[in-house]
Ligand binder design. Structure first.
Ligand SMILES: NC(=O)c1ccc[n+]([C@@H]2O[C@H](COP(=O)([O-])OP(=O)(O)OC[C@H]3O[C@@H](n4cnc5c(N)ncnc54)[C@H](O)[C@@H]3O)[C@@H](O)[C@H]2O)c1
Length: 366
């Protein structure tokens, strides 16, 4: 029987995997993972905010399906995506005599997913990996597509791999324990998906903004499934980011990343940087004659309804342009800009004049 909670199937060079989202599906995880061949014992990696109640609930669900699950709890936060933590997890696995056929299950946000995935990709040259995302960013973005990584002191995600999970299982109910600001920044990524590829998703956001901020079960689940399907479709077409397809997900990220970096990751949450970056990219597209002012305004109004910032008062042009030149998406010295031609229509441009970028940052900073 088809799974009513199936959002998408990701196809990749080594096979395919289901992306599932539903309200309260944690309690069904045991049988779902068994169906994917997960054996006892399994190894849950989670963080100090997520363990209670979500990690514990996943552990119970597995135990009900006769899968014993050990838990490793990392400190919540980006600094945990480190070699030190990866090494601590390797040692824990060795101590438990973990074997190659036994699965690692990431239960948490993107930090847990990236670290656990990195360990799964490398421990014993690769063990089965399952994603159980609990933050919005992890559900609609980080858990899908197989990018796993840890950070170096010199920069984020500098060491990693493409390592696809066996399945992604998002229980939308877990979002109810996120703070309002974290929720809004997560929705920014999903709104971005609409603007780049799916105009009808943007309509849904406009119709249900308040209900989505309250994580009302039916509409929140539908929007998350749609947003996951967009990411799944993109990564299925461009698994390793060799075409100009996967990069479309970077809409708003060129300025967004630079804003995060130049404020030392202390002022803006990632999704907030993306929100401001989307406004910067929209202005650039408008100045290049690609995008109407009405769409720019529509995007601004929607982001503001989710309480997201659309300006970055006080930053200087030099501060923002410097990290931009170090962006991983730079090719042959030119930034690749994802710009809109309309709602749901994104393209990549390599010819955005530096002066226009500087002017745009100036405008955002006023
Ligand atoms: N692999 C990819 O393709 C990809 C894509 C985008 C982002 N990322 C990575 O993901 C990370 C950002 O993800 P994130 O925003 O989820 O960060 P995160 O994992 O740090 O989670 C944000 C915060 O929310 C908490 N949290 C998570 N779920 C919760 C819940 N249900 N209730 C209460 N608190 C909860 C976490 O403990 C943390 O404090 C970055 O490291 C980024 O590089 C990876």
């Amino acid at each position: 029987m088809p799974d009513a909670n199936l959002a998408a199937t990701v196809h990749h060079s080594g096979g395919n995997y289901p992306v599932v989202a539903g309200w309260g599906i944690t309690d069904t995880l045991g049988s779902r993972l068994k169906a994917l061949g997960v054996k006892s014992p399994a190894y849950i990696i989670t963080d100090s905010n997520v363990m209670n109640p979500h990690g514990r609930r996943v552990q119970r669900a597995l135990e009900q399906a006769d899968i014993a699950a050990h838990c490793f709890i990392i400190p919540a936060g980006e600094p945990s995506k480190s070699f030190e933590l990866a090494q601590a997890v390797y040692q824990w696995l060795v101590g438990l005599k973990a074997e190659r056929g036994q699965a690692i299950i990431a239960v948490g946000g993107g930090v847990v997913g990236d670290l656990a995935g990195f360990v799964a990709a490398t421990f014993l040259r690769g063990v089965p990996f399952i994603q159980v995302p609990t933050s919005m960013a992890a559900m609609v973005d980080a858990s899908i597509g197989g990018k796993v990584a840890i950070n170096l002191p010199q920069g984020k995600n500098l060491v990693g791999a493409f390592y696809q999970p066996k399945g992604v299982f998002a229980d939308v109910q877990t979002l109810s324990t996120l703070g309002r600001r974290e929720l809004a920044e997560g929705w920014a990524e999903a709104i971005k998906h609409g603007f780049i590829l799916d105009a009808s998703l943007v309509d849904l956001f406009e119709e249900h903004a308040e209900a989505l901020m309250k994580v009302e079960p039916e509409i929140a689940t539908e929007v998350i499934r749609r947003s996951m399907a967009i990411k799944a479709d993109i990564v299925s077409q461009d698994e390793r980011e060799t075409l100009d397809i996967r990069i479309l997900l970077n809409y708003g990220h060129t300025i967004g990343h630079a804003l995060e970096a130049c404020t030392e990751y202390g002022r803006f949450l990632h999704g907030e940087g993306v929100s401001i970056g989307m406004m910067g990219a929209a202005r650039i597209a408008q100045e290049l004659g690609m995008l109407s002012p009405e769409v720019v305004e529509r995007q601004r109004r929607l982001l503001e309804r989710f309480g997201l910032p659309v300006r970055a008062e006080g930053v200087t042009v030099e501060q923002v342009l410097r990290p931009m030149s170090l962006d991983k998406k730079v090719q042959g010295g030119a930034n690749r800009w994802v710009l809109l031609e309309g709602v749901g229509k994104a393209v990549v441009r390599r010819d955005v004049p530096r002066e226009l970028v500087a002017e745009t940052v100036q405008e955002l900073a006023r």
